[in-house]
Design a binder for this molecule. Structure first.
Ligand code: NAD
Length: 367
């Protein structure tokens, strides 16, 4: 009963016509930022996360504390737990789901391929099964990834470009997610909006991503690998600041049409959309490192190597005109300004916890 009360309180909007959103992956990087932004606006937000140990669990717990301060409660559970998800939908008539829970990272797939299948495919299907049977059926906005463009060399990437050359199992599961969304839209009239994020970075970010572990390495005098492509080009990423991504997620939620089905019965043509959310300005990884060196006041020990075939792609670059047209998405933070905010957070976070326990974290790059 106390649990149910917290679930209800957290997911009740505080403004007229506010949304009631289930945010999966709420203890994650993007999920924590989106949850706070929505709650501050007066929407009802219930978090959901399994707090897995892919990277520092302490960081997820610290984000959870921040969410609690912002009156967002996180229910601890797995996407594959159907009864628990159904119970949440029985208690709360969610108008929207922001589905961000996933096994992220491209390189870890070589160590633990099953976690991608379990969270990104089976978990997604389980969530859609519950959503389709819910009354009302929520509109769903979910995280796809720029990695679906894979080895495509047309750039900038536009939504209609081919996505049939995934370079990693991660990318393949994100692409599969888009196909699965298509079927749930087609059969059950679920409203589904996929967002292809491009290398998101910022405060409270993911320790497995390059900008984060480069910062750590530079501060500790450890060497870093900088990839060059087989034809000796610099690897580049369309690094996108978290606040821009949050605005994109909120814009997608606000413009999502209602589902046309209900209780898994009625069916009709609801919305199915996919958008790029990037920064539209790719930056070579060498430049990322020199910005960090400037901010940290210390030189990196750089080790230039040819890119191994580990799931990374050489280049990403978003065309975001579709997201601009439909919900005014316009990235406004350049890499130097965004990294300054990240470094400020990093120093503060680890400054107040100087003796960080050694915990499990896997090196990774984008995605
Ligand atoms: P993250 O790992 O910080 O957040 C994901 C959260 O989901 C984690 O807290 C994790 O504990 C939770 N989770 C994972 N599997 C779960 C399961 N089966 N059940 C319940 N919870 C589970 O990652 P992020 O960077 O915040 O990414 C959010 C979403 O955006 C993911 O879908 C990711 O694939 C996608 N994405 C991220 C980036 C990026 O650069 N950060 C780029 C492209 C796509």
């Amino acid at each position: 009963a106390a649990w149910e009360k917290r679930v209800r309180q957290s997911s009740t909007p505080k403004r007229p016509h506010g949304l009631s959103v289930l945010v999966t992956g709420a203890a994650g990087f993007v999920g924590s930022h989106c949850s706070i932004a929505l709650r501050k606006r007066g929407d009802g937000v219930l978090g959901f996360d399994n707090f897995n140990d892919y990277y520092y669990p302490s960081l997820k717990r610290a984000r959870q504390e921040l969410l609690e301060k912002n009156q967002v409660f996180i229910v601890e559970g797995d996407l594959n737990d159907g009864p628990l998800l159904r119970k949440l939908f029985d208690v709360v008539p969610f108008t929207h789901v922001l589905h961000l829970a996933a096994q992220a990272g491209v390189r870890y797939a070589m160590k633990n391929p099953q976690s991608y299948i379990s969270s990104n495919i089976a978990g997604l299907v389980n969530l859609l099964e519950v959503a389709k049977a819910a009354n009302p059926q929520p509109a769903i906005v979910w995280a796809s990834s720029s990695s679906v463009y894979g080895l495509n060399t047309e750039n900038p990437f536009s939504e209609e470009h081919r996505t049939d050359q995934p370079a990693s199992l991660y990318a393949a599961t994100k692409k599969a997610g888009e196909e699965i969304a298509h079927t749930y839209n087609h059969i059950y009239g679920l409203s589904l909006t996929g967002l292809r994020f491009f290398t998101v970075y910022g405060p409270w970010g993911r320790p497995d991503m390059a900008y984060f572990f480069f910062t750590k390495a530079i501060l500790h005098g450890k060497s870093i690998d900088i990839y060059r492509t087989q034809d000796n080009q610099e690897v580049a990423r369309d690094f996108t600041y978290i606040d821009d991504i949050v605005k994109g997620c909120v814009g997608a939620l606000d413009t999502a049409e209602k589902s046309t089905g209900s209780g898994g019965k009625k069916r009709g043509p609801a919305q199915l959309r996919v958008y790029n959310l990037g920064n539209t300005s790719p930056v070579p990884v060498g430049r990322l490192v020199s910005i960090l060196e400037g901010l940290l006041g210390s030189k990196a020990k750089k080790h230039l190597i040819k890119m191994p075939r580990n799931g990374d792609v050489p280049y990403t670059h978003a065309n975001v005109s579709l997201a601009y047209k439909d919900f005014g998405y316009k990235p406004t933070t350049d890499l130097a300004a965004g990294l300054r905010k990240f470094v400020k957070w990093y120093v503060g976070y680890y400054g107040i916890q100087p003796r960080v326990k050694r915990e499990n974290s896997h090196a990774d790059d984008s995605a």
